[in-house]
Ligand binder design. Structure first.
Ligand code: GLU
Length: 449
């Protein structure tokens, strides 16, 4: 790990001591503090007045029991979380993740990242995150509904369109948001559209929200390539994952003239040199909730299942990790560099390990961190909130144009900030510093609260 500035080392040590065992949270904090050396050198009051220390301590952490009945009538018990991290810029905003790996350290890393990501969008949203160790895999619709209803029966008291506005993340899509919204509406007797985002189009959702994270990553990559006088035309692209983010990243790469030649899921990866057949992938993953091997079988020749190694062994110009945290380690980074990769942009949250990030920097690979590159999802959530507040709904074209503009602004802001702080070309430094200074200055203005 890169050494921290002298003023920041004790801040980090304190975070580790106060939050024992929360490995991913420590990693996320370290990644931000690594960039802040030149900032605290100019402005030591960010440490002296405990602004950074306050930023690392969530405003509120809610942990609750989620009991529910499965289809066989047995009682199941899960744990629910909502970490309301920072509300200096607006109501807490961030998704819910339902996955067996979820514990407080994961929710805190995601919530911490969300603060800076949301600031970078330029829209008035604070940072939060939540979820549960519930595993939706193999559960019936009725079980998912009962789980969501029980989850919301506790969480509703902490939410509100001006207080805390959850959305989806891994394991939480349109179906879950529907059940959660239905229960919120029933308990509160209010049709408060702006309390959740990622809603269905017929009941308060926004055009482009489903596509936004994946599209946004590719808009960002397009700007990175353009800044280097290049474009996506004819580029070989590898995408990890095959969930919502991956699917719409693939779609936008194809629309912009690139070719996605490999993608993956937790069971393996597929290489399809002619380009992933996206309509088929959507049917297999979204409708059949199938595995990547089912895609290969349905494709009927051309596509092959990766026999060994990982999706990162497939040679490409652009790599988009869109699966989950720490999926791209040093060995994977070496394979990508060996395969000629020139641009890596994170569609998932913190998918690249610190060692892999260092290797990319050494090899001169352009690297865009998730808090900048995948901000399109939450940015479009904020656009959904705008539409809800004005009881309006915008067209697909208009909303996509807003998304493209926001991604372009984030790109330019990262580059300009990196330049200003003496680290030209570092999107990671630019994203961390720009996000941090905006939130920190707002916190100072609001006093010690
Ligand atoms: N879970 C998404 C993220 O990581 C979206 C959050 C939202 O839309 O509130 O940014």
């Amino acid at each position: 790990m890169t050494e921290l500035h002298d003023l920041l080392r004790p801040v980090f040590d304190d975070v580790v001591a106060r939050n024992p065992g929360e490995r991913e949270f420590h990693q996320a904090v370290h990644e931000v503090l690594e960039s802040l050396g030149p900032v605290v050198a100019k402005r030591p009051e960010y440490v002296d007045a405990a602004v950074i220390q306050r930023l690392c301590e969530p405003e509120r952490q809610i942990i609750f029991r989620v009991p529910w009945l499965d289809d066989r009538g047995r009682t199941q018990v899960n744990r629910g979380f909502r970490v309301e991290f920072n509300s200096a810029l607006g109501p807490y905003k961030g998704g819910l993740r339902f996955h067996p790996s979820v514990y407080l350290g994961i929710v805190k890393f995601l919530g911490f990242e969300q603060i800076f990501k949301n600031a970078l969008t330029g829209l008035p949203i604070g940072g939060g995150k939540g979820g549960s160790d519930f595993d939706p895999k193999g559960r019936s619709d009725a079980e998912v509904m009962r789980f969501c209803q029980s989850f919301m029966t506790e969480l509703y008291r902490h939410l509100g369109e001006h207080t805390d506005v959850p959305a989806g993340d891994i394991g939480v899509g349109g179906r879950e948001i529907g059940y959660l919204f239905g229960q919120y509406k029933r308990i509160t007797n209010r049709y408060e559209s702006g309390v959740l985002t990622g809603k269905g189009l017929a009941w308060g959702g926004s055009q482009v929200r489903t596509e936004a994270t994946g599209y946004g990553v590719v808009f960002f990559v397009d700007r990175m390539l353009a800044a280097a006088g290049d474009s996506l035309e004819g580029k070989r692209v590898v995408v990890s994952g095959s969930g919502n983010v991956a699917i719409y990243a693939i779609e936008k790469v194809h629309q912009l003239g690139g070719r996605v030649v490999a993608c993956s899921d937790s069971s393996g990866y597929v290489v399809d040199d002619a380009g992933i057949d996206l309509e088929l992938l959507k049917v297999v993953k979204n409708e059949q909730r199938g595995r990547i091997a089912d895609y290969v079988e349905a494709r009927g020749g051309g596509a092959v299942l990766g026999a060994s190694g990982s999706v990162w062994d497939v040679a490409c110009d652009v790599a988009l990790p869109c699966a989950t945290q720490n999926e791209l380690d040093e060995a994977a980074a070496k394979a990508l560099v060996g395969g000629g990769v020139r641009v890596v942009a994170e569609g998932a949250n913190m998918p690249t390990t610190p060692g892999a990030v260092r290797l990319f920097a050494e090899a001169g690979v352009q690297f865009a961190p998730g808090k900048a590159a995948n901000a399109g999802g939450v940015a479009t959530s904020a656009l959904e909130m705008q539409q809800n507040a004005s009881r309006d709904s915008w067209s697909f074209e208009y909303t996509e144009g807003r998304l493209a503009g926001i991604m372009s602004d984030i790109h330019d802001r990262c580059l300009a900030t990196a330049e200003e702080y003496g680290q030209p070309g570092s999107y990671a430094a630019g994203a961390n510093i720009a996000g941090f200074t905006q939130v920190a200055d707002a916190m100072v203005a609001l006093g010690v609260v």
